[in-house]
Each structure stands twice: as C-alpha cells, then as structure tokens.
Ligand binder design. Structure first.
Ligand code: ADP
Ligand code: MG
Length: 695
C-alpha cells in the first residue's frame, strides 16, 4: 500500500529520464514519483470513438481507419520545397470520405506509408478549396488481427510540457509509476465514497491519467478534487488539543493593559471596533485557535483593533507576530506601534528582508529567547530561520496577499497560534469559507466619527485645468495631496502620463509647493525619508505610482488625483482613494480618464463616483471581474490545488466543508475506525504541506 503523496523515488529512476528530462521536470517542480503523479493533464484527447472523415467538421479531429490510395507531390516540382500529399479513404464502415494528408517536412513518409494498406488516423481536419486536408496527424498501421494500436480507442492525457519533455515521455513515465504501485492507500472513508459516488483513490488516480471512459474520468476528477478540498478544510480547521494552549480565562474581559491603553486614547472606539474586539478576545481565550477575518473599509480602524487585541495576548506573556504585505507598510506599522505601545513597556522588533547581518542575528536570537513581545515584519517572518519562543498570535494585514500555504508554514512553527487576518477588500462569504476553512468574520461597518465621505470627481481633459485649481486651493489651506500615475517614466514611449514627466509639470503648476517623487525604484531608505517628511508636512504633495496604494496613513492629505484611472482595477482605485478622507477634513478624489473607455472601465469609474462603500465596491468588482481575480487566486498561485478549482468547484467545496465539519465536531481526534484512512494520510502524506511556500 502506497500513499499518493509519499512516493519519494526520484524520477531519474524511470526509463527515458536523462539529464535533459530531469532538468525540464525540475523546472515544473517535479522530482519524485509523487510529484509526477500530481501533474494534472491540461486536457484529454478522446480517441475512444471513431470520427470518420465524411462527417468531420472543419477543425475537428478525425479518428478513424483509412486506406492509403495514392502518393503525389505539390509545390515545386523538384528539390526540397515539394511536399508529399497522401490521399486516403475512410474504411471504418461509417462513411467513405476522402482526405489529403499534407506531409510538410515529412516527405520521408512516402517510404513508410504504403499504398493499399490500412492505417489508423488521428488528426485535425480542415477544408480548403472544397478538399478535406490534414497536416497534423498521427498514422499507425493497423495490425493483422485488427487490434487497435496503443493510442487508439483511448482517452489520452495531454500534459503541460516544458523543455525537452514530450507527451510520449510523460505518459510513459506515469504509466511506469502506476505499474510500480500495487495499490494506492485510500484517502477517503468509504462512507464518503459511497455517499458522493466517488472512486477509491487507487482507481481515481489511475483513471485520471488514463481514463477508460469519459464517465470514469469525470468521476476520477471529482474524487481527487473532493479529496483535496476535504483535506484542505480538515487541516485548516482541526487541531483541537494539538496545541498547548493558554488555559481559558473564563469570560473574556479586557486585561489591565488593554484598559490602560484604551483609556489613554484621544478618542473612543466605535461600536463596531468594540464588538470586534470582544469577538476577538473570546476567540483568543477560547479552546480552539482563532481563525478570524477582520474586514473593514480603509480607515475604519482595523489596525487599532489589532494592536489592542495584541495587548490581550501579551499580558499572558506570549509573543505576537504582525505581518504586512510590503516593507514600507511593515515599517509604518512598526512606527505607529512604537508611538502607541512604546510607553507601555512592550518590547517591539522589526524584521524584514532588509535587516541584515549582525543586526539580524541578534534580532533572531532575541525572538527565539523571548526577549521581544511583538515582532513586526513582512513575509520574512515566515522564513525557516525565524523561531519564536512562544508565538501565540499572528496578525496578518491585507490578507489577500498571503496564502493558505504560508499560514500553514506559520502554524507549523511549533504551536498553533491564533490568527487574525485583516482586509479592506471583503471577499464573498462562500469564498472566504472555502479558502480559509472555518473562518469567522468581524466587520467594521462604520467609520470613526466625524469622517466626511470623500467627494469623487470624474475628470476629462477638458476639466483638467479646473482640477489643478481645486487642488491648488487645498494647498493654500495647508492640506496635502497625492498624484498617482500608472508608470514611472515613458521609456515604453506610450502616451501615458508618467511620474517623472508629471513631476516636472506639476512643479510649474505649483511653484511654491514642495513635492517629491516616490515609486518602486527608490530604495527603502529613500521612501521612508520621503514619507516621514510628507507626514511631517514638509512636502505638499507626492507624485507617485500606486506604491501608496495600501495602508499609508496621512490624515492631513485631502486630495487624491489618479491619472489614467481607467487603467486601475476597482479595488486598487478604492485603496488609493482610501489614502484620503482619514480625518475630519473634507477630502477629494479626482479620477482623470482618457476619452476612449472600454465598457468595463466606464462601469468601474461609475461605481467609484457613486459609492464610497468598500463592500458595495467589492461586490461590483466581483460582478465585473469574476471571483478568481478578486481573491487573488489567479495571479499568485495562491493555493496550489492540483485537481480542484476554487472558482468552478464551489458546490464541491461546500460539501467538503460540511463533511470535514461534521467529522471534526463528532470526532475531533479522528479516532473512529472508519477514519483510520484519514489519520494515516495526515500522518504520512497530507495533501498540503508548507514546503516550498515562500511568499
Ligand atoms: P485601517 O487599518 O482600517 O485602514 P487604521 O486603523 O489605520 O484603519 O485607522 C485609520 C486612522 O483612524 C488612524 O489614524 C487611527 O488612529 C484612526 N482611528 C482609528 N479608530 C478611531 C476611532 N474610533 N476614532 C477616531 N479615529 C480612529
Ligand atoms: Mg490598514
């Protein structure tokens, strides 16, 4: 009995895998038998049924038995340029169409393809000048006894290729692996197989690669997808009792530290902030590890909630990790934490990729020895070199940039910590349930009091002047602005306005207002200095790319000007607009667009003009773009699902979640004998491991 994901033999032991194939496989992340079995075909070619020549449409596949009638040549009479043309006739008994096989570059076939003989033909048919033709084809001589050649009458997998790999080789290799395994260990309890008409793991993996019928292929795919989703849910949401957790403190009340902190705030928390804090506290004190999403529009006060909740854990002597998606934001959070929490005697540390050498070594040592309480950083916090003394709580800002795999990597750093994900881009409930398993949601619906909704203007070329004047008035009032452009310079010679040339232009427009450029090509130090000066009011406006998109918090900035707004997605626009309107000052957003707009772009701008509500905007985004884009699953290989699709398999996801839930509530330790197979899989070869999960 072997586990699908635990066949560690190297593929180099397979016949036909030399150095070149090894390299190409490695590029696809394939080094072991298991890796190769987990390679999913892109598609399958159905050669199981005869498609005779007569009834095959343009661009369809012919799959039939033919007799060779004649050889002829076309093109130049002599020399290499002439091309062999083989005329064949259908002899499948299902029509007698004729077709010309055009043998570009394969004139040698004249010798091997004999007139009068019968062959199996598979190829794409096209019609030219009333003649059926085929230039990409496979021909195999029919055997005496009429047996189909190996490739015919089959459903053949088509794999993604790389480098020196060919379909033939991959098929052969996979076949060899499948032969070498007597039987694959079942990954699902029989009850689930029966209930959902799934195959055994053994049958599923074999039928998936080499399906005897389309029906079995579908069943195999469903089985493997279900299995994968089931384990995803199971892994994400289980582990009661696996962690040594802090004992529950009874009813969840704020600790002294929290109360002290809240009392000294210059404002009071919003009702939603209070409610969210209470929910988070209960999770933190509860038996199960917290798995909670804190969603709220930009500026709704999520970060503050996160810091207060961190205090809750700290007063038990545990460590907190706070992760931001970029270095810039991590730094900003570190600074705000220092000013908010510094007085409380909390020991803070800042860890990103740019902390190097001795400083890094000392920092890592301090973290490992428990000499710091809160560690703020980027995904560098995930790396293997970081070990915590007692990591109890992980806060992740802007959740959509982090994947499940990274989270698993973290949870595998010893105990299972509580996790709080923060996002300003709310995701639809079904998807949140699926991607994150048992995810609870806290929502900040209201803004801190006194906030005025940002007024959004759509600006075309004709009203550009008026916009500059309006922004000039804001400068006179001592307020600040952001000018955002899609690119840094116009090296691509496009007619887009860009940061560098507009920087010069704006200097003419506002000669008395100090300004700075900021974009991704600047190094971290420069960016940080610029932002500091901006924050201190020494700079009137920033001219930038969308690096200001996430999280930057400058309350005195009241104008956001986005040029070529039609090129930005809704969530980016909303994030950018969220950089203003962060105080009681009236703020403005100017979306400058060019005259040729696609329908989609028009829709987006309309949504932005109409609404300031992040939830509404996210919903519209979903309608306009579709769910895969929204969750980031498409761009970033978010979750490496081999068989299931987060967008197409929603019904299956729901079922997998319910079943995993049922099992975990009735038998959290997976102790019942029918669950033995699950236990075994989790022990030996779980579908999701944290390996290779760099951010
Ligand atoms: P988010 O992380 O949701 O974008 P922040 O936590 O950064 O929002 O809060 C935005 C700004 O609002 C910060 O300057 C923060 O100090 C302030 N703030 C947060 N909560 C309140 C509140 N209840 N009343 C007034 N201001 C608040
Ligand atoms: Mg924020």
């Amino acid at each position: 009995m072997e586990f699908l994901r635990n066949l560690q033999r190297p593929i180099t032991t397979l016949s036909g895998v030399g150095p070149a194939a090894k390299t190409s496989y490695a590029e696809m992340g394939i080094t072991t038998f298991s890796d190769l079995l987990l390679l999913s075909p892109r598609t399958w070619e159905d050669r199981s049924r005869v498609h005779p020549l007569g009834s095959t449409q343009d661009n369809q596949m012919a799959n039939t038995l033919v007799e060779v009638l004649s050889h002829s040549y076309f093109g130049m009479r002599t020399g290499k340029k002439r091309t062999l043309k083989i005329m064949v006739r259908d002899v499948s008994g299902q029509g007698d169409g004729r077709l010309s096989l055009l043998c570009f570059g394969r004139n040698f076939l004249e010798k091997t393809i004999q007139i009068g003989r019968i062959y199996y033909l598979y190829g794409t048919v096209s019609r030219h000048h009333g003649e059926l033709q085929c230039s990409q084809f496979e021909l195999y001589p029919a055997t005496e006894d009429g047996d189909f050649p190996r490739q015919f009458g089959k459903i053949l997998p088509i794999y993604p290729l790389r480098g020196s790999l060919s379909q033939r080789l991959i098929r052969k290799n996979i076949q060899e692996i499948l032969k070498s395994v007597n039987h694959f260990h079942d990954e699902l309890p029989e009850s689930l197989q029966e209930k959902y008409q799934l195959l055994s793991t053994d049958e599923a993996i074999r039928s998936y690669h080499f399906p005897p019928t389309i029906e079995l292929l579908n069943q195999a795919r469903k089985t493997l997808a279900f299995t994968e989703l089931f384990y995803l849910q199971l892994i994400v949401r289980r582990h009661k009792g696996l962690q040594q957790r802090l004992a529950s403190q009874g009813p969840s009340i704020p600790t002294k530290l929290e109360l002290h902190f809240m009392e000294q705030l210059p404002f009071s928390l919003t009702k939603d902030q209070m409610t969210s804090l209470k929910e988070i506290r209960e999770d933190l004190d509860g038996e199960l590890p917290m798995n909670r999403l804190l969603q709220g529009d930009v500026g709704s006060g999520k970060t503050l909630v996160a810091w207060i909740s961190a205090l809750h854990v700290l007063s038990h002597g545990a460590q907190v990790a706070f992760m931001a998606p970029t270095e810039l934001l991590a730094r900003q959070h570190a600074e705000s934490a220092a000013s908010l929490l510094g007085d409380l005697g909390i020991r803070l540390a800042f860890l990103t990729g740019s902390v190097k050498n001795k400083e890094r070594r000392l920092l890592l040592k301090a973290i490992a020895e428990g000499q710091v309480d809160i560690i703020i950083g980027t995904h560098a916090l995930f790396s293997a070199e970081v070990s915590f003394k007692n990591l109890a709580y992980v806060i992740i800002d802007e959740q959509h940039r982090f994947g499940v795999e990274q989270r698993l990597a973290l949870t595998q750093k010893g105990t299972v910590p509580d996790v709080l994900l923060m996002t300003a881009t709310p995701i639809p409930r079904t998807l949140s349930l699926t991607v994150f398993g048992n995810l609870n949601v806290s929502t900040l619906r209201t803004m801190p009091p006194g906030r005025k909704p940002v007024i959004t203007h759509l600006v075309n070329e004709q009203s550009r002047r008026r916009m500059y004047q309006a922004v000039g008035v804001e400068f006179k009032r001592g307020h600040q602005a952001y000018f955002v452009y899609p690119r840094i310079d116009d090296s691509g010679q496009s007619d887009l306005r860009d940061v560098i040339s507009m920087y010069d232009f704006l200097k003419q427009e506002y000669p008395d207002v100090p300004s700075e450029l900021i974009h991704s090509k600047l190094d971290e130090e420069e960016k940080v200095t610029i932002l500091k000066n901006y924050q201190a009011g020494k700079i009137g406006y920033l001219v930038s790319t969308s690096v200001v998109e996430v999280g930057i918090d400058i309350p005195n900035a009241t104008c956001m000007i986005i040029e070529h707004a039609e090129r930005f997605g809704l969530s980016a626009l909303h994030q950018l607009r969220g950089r203003v309107g962060r105080s009681e000052l009236q703020s403005y957003c100017f979306l400058v667009f060019s005259n040729e707009l696609t329908d989609e772009a028009k829709q987006r701008l309309k949504v932005m003009k109409e609404s300031n509500d992040g939830f509404y905007i996210a919903e519209q985004d979903l309608l306009i773009r579709g769910p895969g884009e929204l969750t980031g699953t498409k761009q970033s290989g978010y979750l490496k699902l081999a068989y299931a699709s987060l967008t197409d398999d929603l019904p299956l996801i729901e079922i997998a979640r319910e079943e995993a839930d049922l099992i975990l509530t009735t038998d959290p330790g997976l102790l019942a004998p029918p669950l033995a197979s699950i236990r075994e899989v989790l022990r030996h070869a779980p579908p999701f491991t944290a390996e290779g999960s760099e951010a």
